[in-house]
Write a protein that binds this ligand. Structure first.
Ligand code: F6R
Length: 586
């Protein structure tokens, strides 16, 4: 979840590293640091806050030297403090390290090192790796043997870059991403291509269980036994370079606004894969679908539309729960795994469980080079461009469109979805921010908000509640309309707001009745509907459309409402507190 970067080249390293860290900040942003090597000395600066903030306070980018490492943190071991920020140097001060992941046996290793006289400043597991490397380097006197010995002692999931005071860099990957960028006379060792995309689009995706050493402008790739590995250079898609806000105040607003176009791109480059996926689904006894957070909400939509339109029964299982209910997975089945990043640890674990019982894996991902894409039998690309805002927006609608494309294919031409209608409907909603901005002012002080929907609109209610809580920090909960009287009605009083998702389809009248029941208890109602009603205190109009366009149309106003309420509350919509874009730890 943290971002790591190393640079080895002919230019001053620190400004390049700081730029790369800004672009990878979505991965974690509670603290930041940079270390460089200059005249065989390690220079290090770090602090709590976002890259821009810390850099203007302590000038990370003014560090000297042409070799360096950097890090943005999402705290796992230890609080958010200057001392716990990375890089961490070893006791000798002769090396510094940045790390992403979790070392499961760090307490045991720490105790052993303490017995040998090592002293620890921080609460992190990373400082344990730093001192372990120091110990092994003092014993082996060479970087290669040091890394082989160190990785054999570490348990957990990690990627790290270590810089030695003689200017050598080494980086190892074990279940966390590590990508080498190959520039002109320079190398980057990074968690994400965004770390170096401004400098080069040539990259090597380091395989799991391998490490790299960079020195004297030479790159070696080795496996954890020390055998040399040959890996191809990949040309990274230039679309990654799109990761700029442009004229938008925030990435989140930009990404919400891109949806009239991104829905046309979903699955477009992988049409053949959709056909193959349908063959798998048709020939499989059981079909399961999994994901986390927003991607799981898409899975819930899939469950409904697969059954209703294609008469295919699909079991939706949350990835983080699948490991505890693996008995639900019948051998030789098909698992559809949805993940924007393709790096969520829970999703990868779910896939591994399914693969152990011989299931075929169809993945729906935005990053075609991600770990999930690599372990899947079929990969369908969302193709919606980089999503930098931590809250998923355009990736959600792209996931739903891919699910629609799969059911169209399953229905063999008997179902035609009007994607132009969906795109036009999103555009119309995006034209009218004024009403949503007014409502954002109304909700900014409240502490509870509920979102109610029935049928296919229930997963949208869950997704809406997730967006509201992530961006506004207001307690938000999705309620299935029919369950209102079975409990949630007890919560309704004049202090709460309820968003009613109520398009004019088969759920309309029942949901209108629920709205009246809630209103009678004094709650304020925000209706999202194509039909006006006196029951709504605030009405957000969505265009009248066909049934399958509604779930996407009704998502847009809530994305906007969450965004504008975050602005009203002075919260950063791109980087909500405590969260990270890519949850690569369990
Ligand atoms: C919600 C959000 C998270 C992610 C979840 C899964 O806005 O961003 O809930 O949806 O962490 O991430 P991916 O799809 O990358 O597996």
């Amino acid at each position: 979840m943290c971002s790591i970067i190393g640079y080895y080249g002919n230019e001053i390293a620190a400004p390049i590293i700081v730029k790369g860290l800004k672009r990878m900040e979505y991965r974690g942003y509670d603290s930041v640091g940079v270390a460089t090597e200059s005249n065989s000395q390690i220079e290090l600066k770090k602090g709590v806050g976002k890259v821009e903030e810390v850099n203007s306070k302590i000038q990370l980018d003014a560090l000297p030297g042409k070799i360096g490492i950097g890090h943005t943190r999402w705290a796992t071991h230890g609080r958010v403090t200057d001392v716990n920020a990375h890089p961490h140097s070893s006791n000798s001060g002769k090396l510094a390290i940045v790390h992403n992941g979790i070392i499961e046996n760090f307490e045991q290793l720490k105790k052993e090192l303490e017995k040998e006289g090592y002293i620890f400043q921080s609460e992190t597991d990373t400082e344990v790796i730093a001192n372990l490397i120091q110990k092994n380097y003092e014993a082996t006197k060479n970087v290669k043997d040091t890394i082989i010995k160190t990785v054999s002692e570490l348990k957990g999931h990690y990627a790290f870059v270590v810089m030695f005071e003689n200017g050598q860099l080494a980086a190892a990957r074990f279940h966390e991403p590590l990508i080498v960028g190959i520039g002109k006379d320079s190398y980057f060792l990074s968690s994400d291509v965004l770390g170096f995309i401004e400098q080069t689009d040539n990259a090597i995706y380091i395989e799991n269980g391998n490490f790299v050493i960079v020195d004297k402008e030479k790159l070696q790739i080795l496996d954890f036994n020390g055998e040399s590995i040959k890996q191809q250079i990949t040309r990274v898609s230039k679309e990654f370079a799109d990761a700029y806000k442009g004229d938008y105040a925030h990435f989140t607003l930009k990404e919400i606004s891109e949806q009239p176009d991104t829905i046309f791109k979903a699955g477009e480059k992988t049409k053949e894969e959709i056909k193959k996926a349908v063959d798998y689904i048709k020939n499989s006894n059981n079909v399961y679908i999994t994901g986390s957070g927003t991607s799981f909400n898409s899975a819930l939509i899939a469950k409904q539309v697969f059954a209703k339109y294609a008469k295919v029964k699909v079991d939706a299982i949350m990835s983080s729960e699948l490991q505890f209910s693996s008995d639900l997975i019948e051998p030789d089945s098909t698992l559809i795994a949805i993940s924007q990043s393709g790096e969520s640890a829970d999703v990868l674990e779910a896939v591994n469980i399914a693969k152990k019982v011989n299931c075929k894996v169809i993945s729906i991902v935005n990053s075609l080079t991600s770990s999930l894409a690599r372990i899947s039998n079929i990969v369908i690309g969302m193709n919606c461009g980089p999503e930098i805002g931590v809250a998923a927006t355009k990736s959600f609608t792209s996931q739903v469109i891919i699910i629609y494309k799969i059911i169209e294919e399953l229905c063999n031409g008997k179902l035609k979805i009007d994607y132009n209608e969906i795109s036009e409907s999103i555009s119309k909603i995006l034209e009218n921010h004024a009403q949503i901005m007014r409502i954002a002012k109304e909700i900014k002080e409240i502490s509870d908000i509920y979102v109610l929907g029935r049928g296919i609109h229930y997963p949208i209610a869950l997704e809406s509640a997730l967006k509201l809580k992530e961006l506004t920090y207001i307690h938000a909960e999705g309620i299935p309309g029919g369950e209102l009287k079975h409990g949630p009605l007890a919560l309704m009083d004049s202090n709460v707001f309820v968003i009613i998702i109520n398009p004019n389809d088969s759920t309309y009248l029942d949901t209108l009745t629920s709205s009246r029941e809630i209103k009678a208890r004094g709650a304020k109602i925000i209706g999202i509907s194509d039909v006006k009603s006196d029951v709504y205190d605030f009405w957000i109009e969505i265009p009248k459309t066909s049934e399958l366009s509604y779930p996407i149309s009704e998502t847009i106003p809530i994305q906007l409402l969450s965004y504008y309420a975050a602005i009203e509350k002075d919260a950063d919509p791109d980087y909500p507190r405590n969260l990270a874009k890519s949850v690569t730890v369990k």
